[in-house]
Design a protein around this ligand. Structure first.
Ligand SMILES: Cc1cc2nc3c(=O)[nH]c(=O)nc-3n(C[C@H](O)[C@H](O)[C@H](O)COP(=O)(O)O)c2cc1C
Length: 176
């Protein structure tokens, strides 16, 4: 079964990392479906049955996005609020995501060293993504280890970004 990548970047044209990752994933369309929500919903009016149908058709789902304010870009938050509904994702009859593998693939502007208790961020990436992991638990899904590239704002070289794209594809294959 194919992997579904929900890609949420507010300005993919100006992106270095997510644009390169998208290009990499498009070389594997037999294995990966990329669903770009900022392109699909420029008016932010989300077709909930369509999105739920897509999720139901996949058992391995990756959320790909640039880390903004230690969180998701806003359309992805709205997408989660709208799509993970009571009676579908959770609640007594809400079991549609149960047992599915969910992952996050993030470009992170800051350096990896700063993402620790003693670093300038004060928190690890695993702590930052606690809402994602708690949400996966809440819907009975399996939260996979995250994939990330650091220094995405300006430090990462083209070579490092190219390498991260290859690593990202391997991450998808490894955990599917
Ligand atoms: C609104 C905004 C908020 C951001 N917040 C963070 C943040 O909380 N932590 C961080 O490390 N980088 C942060 N950044 C940097 C982005 O993570 C970085 O620009 C992005 O990952 C680069 O990926 P791209 O080349 O695909 O756009 C932020 C950038 C923007 C524009």
């Amino acid at each position: 079964m194919k992997t579904l990548v929900i890609l949420a970047h507010p300005n993919i044209e100006a992106s270095r990392v997510n644009k390169r990752w998208k290009q990499e994933l498009h070389q594997h369309t037999d294995e990966i479906t990329v669903h770009e929500i900022y392109k699909e919903y420029p008016d932010w009016s989300i077709d909930v049955p369509k999105e739920q149908g897509l999720l139901e058709a996949h058992s391995h789902i990756i959320f790909q996005f640039p880390l903004y304010w230690y969180s998701y870009p806003p359309l992805l938050k709205k997408w989660l609020d709208n799509v993970f509904t009571h009676g579908w994702a959770y609640g007594s009859n809400g079991n549609k995501l149960r047992g599915k593998k969910l992952g996050v693939a993030m470009s992170i502007g800051d350096k990896q060293d700063n993402y620790q208790a003693a670093g300038s961020v004060s928190f690890t990436v695993d702590e930052v993504i606690a809402p994602f992991k708690a949400s996966a638990v809440h819907v009975g899904a399996i939260a996979l280890p995250y994939f990330a590239v650091f220094g995405a704002s300006f430090q990462a070289s083209d070579e490092e970004i190219n390498q991260s794209a290859a690593d990202y594809f391997q991450y998808i294959i490894e955990y599917r």
